[in-house]
Design a protein around this ligand. Structure first.
Ligand code: LLP
Length: 422
């Protein structure tokens, strides 16, 4: 079910019209639906079926404390990539035995902190890191649980900037060395080898790369078993793609090009890989971020002015690449719709922000419902990798964040003030 929809001609988040929120709290404003987050998480959990499993939410997608609390209270685990994220996870109530720690550059102090907290395991990305974790564990008189992140050299067929499973990528241990690194890891007395980790990329929209990865993982586990190395845990990463075009359909809105209308749901992805992975007999953890929070959030922005030259029409809004970086960084597509529909007329425009950079755009040559200065627009599907990637560039305070639950509204991060800029 979609919790961000038009009721009559007003875009609402659950029971609350976004216009009311924009007028009360100002713009730019991130608004999230609590029930959408819960539903997304629970349907992933449900799709894992009877397997001994855990859905670890990847904090990097959206690390707002209130959102983390919702997922922690619902039993989710956490995938963290820094001491900071580990702190945020623990602080929000994720229990340490459900936390995994990934990332290619873990510092010794971060490893020490994670060992003190007794997290479930480190997803180790190289031999050098095996040595570091082993050294820190020895020094602390502890045994560190680890899984090896293997880079299977499989093309996730996503944007190159968010593809992580190719040999040319910095992530993981290369497949051709995997067997010997596993053999080496079991020989280190301060480590307890529990499993294997893969994460081949993000916004993956086809099942095939996942199927190839699952077959690779199970094959490697069997090979290791024949050599006396018994793994009990698979962490299959995240990466399930979500639909960015036609996130909302309304007869007054321009028909969007629909390249991603046929994206499998996270449940479809899981249905394709579960039988393969289950055959290993291992427990199965996944680390989705985007598929839990992306469609639960919108960025509401106000039109500051409209400017036309002989080749283009620009709709200039009060939010920019400092608030939402994805279009500038990955040429990412986000549907943009009026918060209140009052016309069926459309026009081709660039929707741009106030930042002094030509990359400061949300959309180029986009058919948009005709809009005017002062009106509010919603940039859809911005619950993941939205606020977390925001910055103070150009002296702009970070936006406020609001959580809606039915007819209840809560400010979950107040708008940053100018004084807080420094
Ligand atoms: N696990 C690991 C080890 C990861 O590196 C990531 C994402 C995830 C899980 C979660 O992946 P998800 O389910 O969200 O696809 N900023 C980019 C996305 C970067 C993803 C980085 N790693 C964007 O806005 O598209």
């Amino acid at each position: 079910m979609n919790y961000i929809t038009y009721k009559e001609n007003n875009l609402t988040c659950e029971d609350i019209p976004l216009k009311e929120l924009a007028e009360e709290y100002g713009t730019p404003l991130y608004v999230y639906s609590k029930n959408q987050i819960t539903e997304n998480y629970r349907s992933l959990r449900g799709a894992m079926g009877e397997t001994n499993h855990l859905v670890c939410y990847a904090l990097k997608a959206n690390a707002n404390h209130s959102i983390l609390k919702i997922l922690a209270a619902d039993g989710a685990g956490a995938d963290v990539v820094s001491a900071g994220e580990l702190y945020l996870a623990l602080n929000a109530g994720f229990t340490q035995d459900k936390i995994v720690f990934a990332g290619v550059g873990k510092r010794e102090d971060e490893i020490e902190y994670a060992l003190k907290q007794d997290i479930f395991c480190f997803n180790v990305e190289s031999i050098a890191e095996l040595h570091t974790i082993s050294r820190v564990a020895l020094r602390m008189g502890k045994k560190a649980r680890i899984a090896l992140r293997i880079n299977p050299d499989i093309d996730a067929q996503s944007h190159p900037y968010i593809t992580t499973g190719l040999q040319s990528s910095k992530f993981g241990i290369e497949a051709s060395k995997a067997f010997e690194v596993f053999q080496y890891a079991v020989s280190l007395s301060s480590l307890e080898l529990v499993g294997i980790h893969t994460h081949i990329g993000s916004q993956i929209t086809k099942v095939e790369p996942f199927i190839t990865t699952a077959n690779y993982v199970v094959g490697l586990i069997e090979k290791l078993r024949s050599a006396g190395i018994n793994l009990t845990h698979i962490d299959f990463g995240g990466g399930f793609g979500v639909q960015y075009t036609n996130a909302i359909v309304h007869e007054a809105l321009p028909k969007e090009e629909t390249p991603d209308n046929s994206i499998p749901t996270p449940e479809d992805f899981l249905k394709a890989v579960l039988p393969i992975l289950q055959s290993s007999g291992c427990s199965l953890w996944i680390e989705p971020g985007r598929s839990i929070v992306a469609n639960a959030g919108v960025l509401v922005t106000q039109v500051i002015s409209i400017k036309e030259n002989s080749v283009k029409k620009f709709v200039i809004v009060d939010s920019g690449m400092n608030d939402l970086l994805r279009p500038s960084l990955y040429q990412a597509y986000h549907q943009i719709v009026p918060v209140s529909i009052d016309t069926y007329e459309h026009e081709k425009v660039d929707i741009v922000g106030p930042i002094c950079e030509s990359t400061d755009f949300f959309a180029r040559d986009r058919m948009l419902a005709k809009t005017n200065t002062g009106e509010y627009l919603a940039v859809l599907t911005t619950g993941a990798y939205g606020f977390v990637l925001s910055s103070n560039y150009n002296g702009r305070p970070r936006p406020a964040e609001i959580l809606v639950n039915g007819d209840r509204v809560r400010v979950i991060r107040p708008r940053q003030t100018m004084e807080e800029l420094g």
